[in-house]
Design a protein around this ligand. Structure first.
Ligand SMILES: [Zn+2]
Ligand SMILES: [Zn+2]
Length: 284
């Protein structure tokens, strides 16, 4: 079983558990036997482009964030390897600002939550499924991911299949852009993440409160899960791409439920595809 996680948020983004300190999370990881983790909170923006509230830390909070990680890194050195990082979005014109974030941290994960529309407004992938991408915007989504890989600013692509929140079904265009993403991931040797957050939010955290129902009773809620998207991972399985799980932690319970969430992700994707995927066992 994977004993590392490179997708960890903090209270600073405004939508993770506000009562959890950075150290609280580390203690939970140590209890669960994890050997390496990276804090990859939603990055601050030097040019404020994403105007939503409670999505990411302010630019002034950056130093506190990095200092806290540095402190924990040393304090827990004999128990768990701790790295710094950010979850970023790629946008054309922001390359230099993104490179700055990369240069000051250990790991950058790409969580592409939006693209520019034709009028250079942000078209956001909304998790209430209200806003859909046009074919052009979907194509742009894949282009941005490819660009981020080409520019050498990312270590992992988080939830590459999140675009399904902005589409109604997995058809030819979805298949085409999935292949675009996979071709580049293979070429640049960048791992893709099977993200466990949508499963958590549809099962144990349904209605925004952790329930303790047994896994058998969680399973029938999996039909509402949008990612991982079975068809997307079938495409991935035809390539030589490294794959890893990302817990996308915003709550303590996600760390505690890691094994159950992985089990359900494998069930969503299907055992045949899982067997073909190149799931990495060693830390990167
Ligand atoms: Zn988040
Ligand atoms: Zn995340």
């Amino acid at each position: 079983m994977q004993n590392f996680n490179y997708h960890q948020h903090t209270y600073r983004c405004g939508h993770a558990d506000l009562n959890m300190t950075d150290e609280d999370y580390i203690q939970e990881y140590v209890k669960m036997g994890f050997k390496q983790i990276a804090f990859t909170d939603h990055c601050p923006e030097k040019n404020r482009i994403d105007k939503r509230q409670n999505m990411r830390m302010e630019y002034q909070e950056k130093d506190d964030y990095l200092n806290s990680i540095k402190y924990l890194k040393e304090k827990y050195a004999d128990k768990i390897k701790i790295e710094s990082g950010y979850e970023i979005e790629y946008l054309p014109g922001e390359e230099e600002n993104l490179r700055e974030l990369k240069d000051e941290t250990d790991k950058i994960i790409l969580g592409q939550h939006f693209v520019y529309d034709d009028n250079k407004n942000l078209k956001i992938i909304c998790l209430n499924r209200t806003q859909k991408f046009t074919d052009i915007e979907l194509n742009r989504y894949a282009e941005y991911i490819v660009k981020a890989m080409e520019f050498d600013i990312i270590d992992i692509v988080a939830h590459p299949d999140i675009f399904m929140y902005a589409r109604n079904e997995f058809g030819n265009i979805e298949r085409k852009i999935s292949n675009m993403i996979c071709k580049s991931a293979e070429k640049y040797n960048i791992p893709l993440e099977i993200n466990l957050n949508d499963i958590f939010k549809n099962t144990y955290y349904e209605n925004r409160k952790i329930n303790n129902l047994p896994i058998e009773q969680q399973r029938n809620k999996l039909r509402n899960v949008i990612y991982p998207c079975k068809e997307f991972w079938e495409v991935v399985s035809n390539y030589n791409i490294k794959v890893l799980y990302g817990i996308d932690v915003h709550h303590r319970g996600q760390i505690q439920l890691f094994n159950e969430l992985v089990q359900m992700a494998n069930e969503v994707i299907g055992s045949k595809t899982i067997a073909k995927l190149n799931l990495i066992e060693k830390e990167i």
